[in-house]
Design a binder for this molecule. Structure first.
Ligand code: RIB
Length: 273
């Protein structure tokens, strides 16, 4: 079974601030760092660091060499990574004193994934292989349809939530009142009965459910300095554990530990243990 991550790659420009900038305000940052990031890249590095053999597909521009270098250093396979004549995606990230972040994305080459690239890449994978996706590249519905037709197992991390995804969510939840995250997971499962749902809730831990089972995992308590890529670390470690045959509860525990460690370190991919 092979693992393909078709996902974003960003140069993260990380500004250390006392508090997030407010409307109409100008603030100075205490520090600026450039890190390798993008939910796709972070998740590929987490998968590789967790011991999985992973192919990363996506697009960067000529200014994105540091991103392909970082993936290569972590032994991620790059056969399906394309370099285009346009800017690499980037993220402007403010990190506050408490380690919280807020992010502005510029899609750049992440939004230039062609159907031809998708077809060519998927032709190297087959039924039973894993496809991991996030919501930072274009042509996602086409990718899902093609991979589904091939019989690949699809892991979709629907992050970041966009207006389009919100509309779908609103339609699903329109006639139900959800009181807590567990309710949302139940509603999604009712609507999509063959799905397996994994909900990560930061310091509130994580929940997994499918039609037969239900698991919870509490978060490990740590002193956070930067929460960027905590969810990506969780996702990568979880999938790597499942792919090597671990049971769901064990995979959740390992993923929680890895993401707890990641928030004690600065940066996105650099924080992944
Ligand atoms: O999940 C963290 C990531 O979100 C950052 O690395 C940033 O690039 C954005 O994609």
């Amino acid at each position: 079974m092979k693992i393909l991550n078709f996902g974003s790659l960003n140069i993260d420009k990380v500004y250390q601030v006392d508090n997030f900038v407010r409307p109409g305000e100008t603030i100075s940052s205490k520090n600026l760092n450039f890190f390798c990031g993008g939910k796709g890249l972070n998740q590929s590095i987490a998968l590789a660091k967790a011991g999985a053999d992973v192919w990363h597909a996506g697009c960067i521009g000529n200014d994105g060499q540091m991103l392909s270098d970082a993936l290569q250093d972590s032994q991620v396979r790059l056969d399906f990574l394309k370099t285009l004549d346009m800017p690499t995606g980037h993220a402007l990230i403010q990190v506050s004193q408490t380690g919280q972040n807020c992010i502005i994305l510029f899609g750049g080459a992440n939004q230039a994934i062609s159907r031809e690239q998708i077809d060519e890449t998927l032709s190297h994978f087959e039924q039973g292989d894993i496809l991991l996706l996030q919501n930072e590249i274009n042509n996602l519905p086409y990718l899902v349809d093609q991979a589904y037709q091939k019989g690949m197992t699809i892991f979709l991390n629907p992050s970041p939530i966009t207006e389009q995804l919100k509309e779908i969510e609103a339609a699903d939840l329109s006639d139900v009142t959800a009181h807590n995250p567990q309710d949302y997971a139940d509603i999604l499962l009712e609507k999509y009965p063959s799905c397996h749902i994994l909900l990560t809730m930061g310091t509130a831990g994580s929940i997994y459910l499918d039609h037969q089972t239900h698991h919870t995992q509490s978060a490990f308590k740590v002193q956070a300095v930067d929460t960027t890529a905590a969810g990506d670390t969780y996702t990568g470690y979880f999938i790597a554990a499942i792919a090597r045959g671990a049971d769901v509860q064990a995979a959740m525990k390992e993923a929680s530990m890895a993401s707890a460690i990641s928030v004690t370190r600065n940066g996105a991919s650099t924080s992944i243990p």
